[in-house]
Structure formats: C-alpha cells, structure tokens
Design a protein. Structure first.
Length: 155
C-alpha cells in the first residue's frame, strides 16, 4: 500500500513537471515569434526611411545653386567671407538640410523640402526647430564684423 502511494506521487510529480515544461516551451515560442515580427517591422521601417532620406549629389548641387550657396537662416555665404579676407570662404561649411525633418514626416528626396544652411544654423535647428525659431536665437556677430569692416578695423 505504501509502495503504491509512493509510485502514484512520483507519476503525479512527473506529470506536473511535464506540464510546466510544455507551457514554458509554448510561451518561449510565442515570445520568439513576437520578437521576430517586431525585428522585421523595424528593419522594414529603417529601409523605407533611409530611402526617403536619400539625397543625391546632383540634388545637393542643384539646391546649392538655387540657394546661391547662402545659409537661408543667417545669410552667410562663401562669397561674403571671401570679400572680407581672401580664402576665408573655404572655412565655411554649408550643409543641405531638410526643412521639415524626415522624422517628422518631411520628404527626403524632395528638393522643395531641402535648403542650404551653414553648419551652425543646422546644429541649432536640429530635428525640432524651424528656421524662424533659429533666426531668433542666433547672434554670430556678423553685423559686428560688418561694422568693423566699414570702420576699417577688420583685417
Ligand atoms: Zn547660418
């Protein structure tokens, strides 16, 4: 009698263990599937956004020409710097910026959504500010340079 009870308990324990293992296996499968699905979705989104973000060298050239190689916020240009001192314009880094950031629904491959900015204005604009907001923030001392130049102080 005692032996049978012991055997019954062992079977019971084994059954419970088996059930737990089956449940754990099912849960892990479900979690793996969900993980796979979200990973695939993320990959897809990344591919699409990089496609939308893509700006060709030809487009950059056209935008630079259209904007006269002048920052659309602060108005600085290579030509202006060269007029101050020979070769100074080479130090100006002009960038092509998305007016409405791609992260906020702007189209990357659309030239109407591209503009020329100097690197300082572009850093200030980031992914959240508008041209007008940046224009209200900046003081690069360009006007002070103009005054100095007029007075013959700038060399
Ligand atoms: Zn600028």
């Amino acid at each position: 009698m005692h032996e049978i009870l012991k055997g019954g308990a062992a079977v019971y324990v084994l059954l419970v263990l088996l059930a737990v293992m089956v449940v754990a296996w099912l849960v892990s499968r479900l979690r793996y599937r969900r993980y796979r699905r979200t990973a695939e979705e993320k990959e897809q989104q990344k591919r699409e956004s990089s496609k939308r973000r893509y700006v060709t060298a030809k487009m950059k050239e056209r935008v630079l020409e259209r904007d006269n190689a002048t920052c659309r916020i602060c108005g600085i240009s290579k030509g202006y710097l060269d007029s101050l001192a020979d070769g100074l314009g080479d130090y100006l880094l002009l960038e092509i910026d998305h007016i409405t950031p791609v992260s906020q629904g702007g189209t990357g491959g659309d030239e109407d959504n591209l503009q020329v900015l100097c690197w300082r204005c572009n850093r200030k604009k980031g992914g959240t500010r508008t041209n007008e907001e940046v224009a209200g923030m900046i003081d690069y001392g360009i006007d002070r340079v103009r005054v100095k130049k007029r007075r013959g102080l700038f060399r």
